[in-house]
Design a protein around this ligand. Structure first.
Ligand SMILES: Nc1ncnc2c1ncn2[C@@H]1O[C@H](COP(=O)(O)OP(=O)(O)O)[C@@H](O)[C@H]1O
Ligand SMILES: [Mg+2]
Length: 453
């Protein structure tokens, strides 16, 4: 202890000296505190280094100049399977680096670790475990110098087996993905090619359709024109025929009334037949006239009460009827339609006149009018229990001059139903018939915008 009370490390040296007075002892006390502290700090430093290397996850080796291991940490022992005692007797290269994985020997003179003259960072290699298995590593090498002299090196490495496995898996996935993308791209390209082809085909079709529709338009314009011509022609012909007919009828009438005394019975009978024939011809001309007028007629649409119209026509028919023809009319109330008043009158007139005419021989005739459902759609109908017709000819009825019954039995011109069809078509509707011989007939017609009150 010093005079001031502080303690210090001391090195004691004693010397015994002999002089003329006898002997004396000399003690030399040297203060070695600094030296002691240096030793302590070295011990501490060693302890720290050992803790670090013992706990490091990296594998650490120290080798002398000849490549003999002089130190390895626990991580290096765990990874390689060796202890320092087991491998310190030969260069590290000969224990863990002597062969390539493909079986070729790895000469020490080619070993980058043994020949490292400068620091090497992150170089990849493959080492061999004690059990002979290979494992991939990433190495860091630092040469060791002491007083400017090369004394060996420090080797640090990481076992990257897992990392490599993940990399390989990733690569495999990447390759699979690339193949998939390639396949999909190919399929897509094929689809695009097909689409292009079908697009082209569609374009051609469109071109064709355009051409056809142009042709159709032309045709329909031509048809319209010739139709128009035909109508004007038939109208003027019918019109012009009426005048001479009136002349024939008029003069026949004069002959019968004013020359009755000079004509014998046969002459009178002939004249009566001339008048009957003229009347028939007049009907025919009138029917033809109204038929041809329909095409040029300007339709005006309005809401119409068909029940009322049927009622009025029924009264007219009854009033004009010959005695003995009794008909029961069953008319559904409040049946309305949207159409042209005049034209729909002609339709109902024709259909009811037919029903009336073809029930003439029935003792209990019945004519019905109303609305019914066909295929879920509302349609008008006129039904009678007259002579009916053979369904074989159902399609023929609506043609001009088409008659299924003889002129002798049932008078007519064969234009009525053709007129009906023309009118219904003009309304954008449909007309058809069903019948059974001797059981009756039913005529249906459908108009767009059918309404019931
Ligand atoms: N209600 C009906 N019952 C039976 N047959 C009919 C009926 N209506 C029309 N027909 C048939 O359709 C033909 C054509 O009818 P239509 O064109 O009106 O001519 P028309 O009445 O002048 O004979 C008729 O001659 C007849 O054979
Ligand atoms: Mg008729």
């Amino acid at each position: 202890m010093k005079k001031d009370g502080t303690q210090f490390y001391a090195q004691l040296e004693s010397e015994i000296e002999f002089d003329q007075n006898g002997h004396q002892c000399r003690i030399i006390i040297t203060d070695i505190t600094i030296q002691k502290r240096g030793e302590e700090s070295l011990r501490q430093q060693f302890h720290i280094n050992k803790t670090i290397t013992d706990n490091a996850a990296s594998c650490l080796f120290m080798m002398d100049k000849q490549g003999y291991p002089t130190f390895m940490n626990p991580a290096a022992e765990a990874v390689t399977g060796y202890t320092l005692d087991q491998i310190c007797a030969m260069p590290l290269h000969d224990s863990i680096h002597h062969h390539h994985p493909d079986g070729r020997p790895y000469p020490k003179c080619n070993c980058p670790i043994d020949n490292a003259e400068a620091e090497m960072k992150g170089y990849e290699d493959i080492f061999i475990r004690r059990d002979g298995t290979f494992f991939p590593v990433i190495c860091y090498i630092a040469p060791l110098e002491e007083k400017g002299k090369d004394v060996g090196c420090v080797l640090e490495f990481h076992d990257v087996t897992e990392q490599k496995k993940v990399e390989r898996e990733l690569l495999k996935h990447k390759e699979q993905l690339e193949t998939l993308v390639d396949e999909r791209t190919k399929a897509l390209e094929e689809k695009v090619l097909k689409l292009n082809k079908s697009e082209k085909a569609l374009l051609y079709m469109l071109e064709d359709m355009k051409y056809v529709s142009k042709k159709l338009k032309q045709r329909s314009a031509e048809l319209e024109a010739s139709n128009e011509e035909l109508n004007t022609f038939s109208y003027s012909v019918s019109h012009d025929l009426q005048a001479p007919l009136r002349g024939i009828d008029g003069f026949s009438k004069i002959l019968i009334t004013e020359y009755a005394d000079v004509l014998d019975e046969q002459g009178k009978s002939h004249l009566q037949r001339i008048r009957k024939a003229t009347m028939k011809m007049s009907h025919l001309i009138n029917d033809l006239l109204s038929f041809s007028r329909i095409s040029s007629y300007k339709t005006r649409y309005e809401s119409l009460d068909l029940s009322q119209k049927v009622g009025s026509i029924a009264i007219e028919l009854k009033e004009a009827s010959e005695a003995g023809h009794r008909v029961d009319f069953i008319i559904q109330e409040g049946v309305v339609a949207y159409g042209d008043n005049k034209l729909l009158n002609i339709v109902l007139d024709n259909l009811l006149q037919n029903a009336w005419k073809f029930t003439a021989k029935k003792p209990r005739a019945k004519i019905e009018f109303g609305v019914t459902h066909v295929n879920g759609e509302e349609v008008y109908f006129i039904r009678d229990n007259g002579v009916g017709f053979d369904m074989k000819y159902a399609g023929k009825l609506f043609g001009t001059f088409q008659r299924l019954h003889s002129e002798k039995e049932y008078m007519g011109t064969g234009i009525g139903l053709a007129t009906v069809r023309r009118i219904i078509n003009r309304h954008g509707g449909q007309v058809w018939a069903e019948g059974q011989e001797e059981k009756g007939a039913i005529f249906y017609f459908k108009l767009p915008g059918i309404k019931k009150k």
